[in-house]
Design a protein around this ligand. Structure first.
Ligand code: TYD
Length: 136
């Protein structure tokens, strides 16, 4: 398994500045290194909420703070690191095998997620002890 530092990366998407409003674009393979097979988003998130709380066996995801801000804590079973997302043109690519928790949501924040595959509950590890065993 990869070390934590090699299991995630920040990606800066193009930002086309305009007095009418800025525009950012994400294309598969050009800006994210996988087929984008699914998009989902969480919104109306209470400030004290915690989302995530699982790892994926094979799924790649890119998380974007399309609106507002939040913290993403990444955990490889041994070490943890925290990434603050607050820009709509920055994506956090989380590779497979990493436990993630998302919290510290600002008002009106939206977590926008690009995923490398369709929804498959079998790809989830939802129990932290099982995750630690999986990482051994
Ligand atoms: P979950 O992945 O646990 O959400 P989060 O990681 O944001 O905390 O999913 C919450 C619920 O939504 C769960 O019942 C599964 C369902 N769900 C889908 O049906 N399709 C999807 O693409 C996703 C991400 C979740």
């Amino acid at each position: 398994m990869q070390e934590l530092k090699d299991s995630f990366e920040l990606i800066t998407f193009p930002k086309i500045k305009d007095t009418r409003g800025n525009l950012s674009v994400v294309e598969q393979y050009k800006h994210v290194p996988f087929d984008i097979k699914r998009v989902y988003y969480t919104y109306d998130i209470p400030a004290d909420s915690s989302r995530g709380g699982h790892a994926h066996k094979n799924l790649h995801q890119v998380l974007i703070a399309i609106s507002g801000s939040f913290d993403v804590t990444l955990d490889d079973g041994k070490t943890q690191t925290k990434v603050f997302l607050n820009k709509p043109n920055i994506g956090l690519h989380i590779k497979p095998g990493i436990w993630r928790e998302i919290n510290n949501f600002s008002a009106g924040s939206v977590v926008f997620v690009l995923a490398s595959d369709v929804y498959n509950e079998d790809d989830y590890i939802r129990n932290y002890d099982n995750f630690k065993k999986y990482r051994l």
